[in-house]
Design a protein around this ligand. Structure first.
Ligand code: SAM
Length: 268
């Protein structure tokens, strides 16, 4: 019997009906699915029946050996490839062709992995299980108290949905938190031509103190008069909070601030 390793965020999914629901949430006819953290291979087993090409990245070398054994024939038939590596350090390999990401993600690295997949143009979308608290942040709508920089980063690339909750009893060992499955289908890139990192910094500043006004938060990095002018022009209150502005207006404000900075630099 394998002992789950806390340092790798190992909570193995044992509930058959949840496994089925995850598989049902994956779009049909995918050419290449990447699974991060196959663990004992329970989801992998179902994925190989779904799509022509599955590639898995597992950090734990003990689990890797078990997986090689379990899937010897699928590997031989080239339906499945398993790499023993940290997924975050193998992104060039993950992104060498288009892919759809499926995973029961380890909590400690889930947000980073989703952000990486969102900013990766090779990724067509994802169905992942994560901590519910984080799932709400990615899938919240403008006006919801959970609406955050994560929801905006998802919203500029596609539609994020929280599909269903997963109780701790669905895992072994049981995690201390409730989990949820989210799906993001990447069907747009509203950031095209703009620096993703710069937009992330802008959002960090916008949400630096979620209870303060957007004007107060952003005026640390952008001229106050520009933000006031923007909010007035859009018929918005100067006391609007960061979670109340929609994705399109965040982008518009970001672009206006960037153009203003460019004009200032050019006129020097
Ligand atoms: N997919 C399995 C399941 O649903 O039962 C296991 C899920 S468990 C929550 C997370 C898995 O990710 C573990 O197998 C763990 O070893 C692996 N893992 C953790 N960090 C990783 C990383 N940086 N890169 C690749 N795999 C990782």
């Amino acid at each position: 019997m394998i002992r789950a390793k806390k340092k790798f965020g190992q909570n193995f999914l044992t509930d058959e009906s949840i496994k089925r629901q995850i598989i049902q949430a994956i779009p049909n006819d995918l050419e290449r699915i990447v699974e991060i953290g196959p663990g004992l291979g329970d989801l992998t087993q179902k994925l190989v029946q779904l799509s022509g090409k599955i590639e898995c990245f597992e950090i734990d070398s003990e689990l890797y050996e078990i997986l090689l054994d379990k899937f010897a024939s699928e590997i031989l038939e080239q339906k499945l490839k398993i790499t023993n590596a940290d997924a975050l350090e193998s992104w060039d390999e993950i992104a060498r062709q288009d892919y759809f990401l499926v995973a029961n993600l380890p909590y400690y690295v889930a947000t980073n992995i989703i952000l990486k997949a969102l900013s990766d143009s090779r990724c067509n979308g994802l169905v992942v299980m994560i901590q519910k608290e984080v799932a709400l942040k990615f899938s919240a709508q403008p006006g919801d108290s959970e609406f955050s920089a994560l929801a905006i980063l998802a919203g500029v690339r596609g539609d994020a949905e929280l599909l269903f909750d997963v109780p701790a009893t669905a895992f072994n060992p049981e995690p201390k938190v409730v989990s949820a499955v989210i799906r993001i289908i990447k069907n747009r890139d509203l950031l095209q031509g703009f620096e993703a990192l710069e937009f992330e910094r802008f959002l960090k500043s916008a949400f630096s103190s979620p209870r303060k006004t957007l004007l107060k938060n952003l005026s640390i990095s952008i001229p106050k008069s520009l933000i006031e002018g923007f909010l007035t022009k859009e018929n918005l209150s100067l006391t609007i909070r960061p979670h109340e502005l929609c994705v399109a207006l965040y982008l518009k404000l970001f672009k206006e601030a960037k153009n203003e900075r460019r004009e200032c630099t050019n006129s020097r």
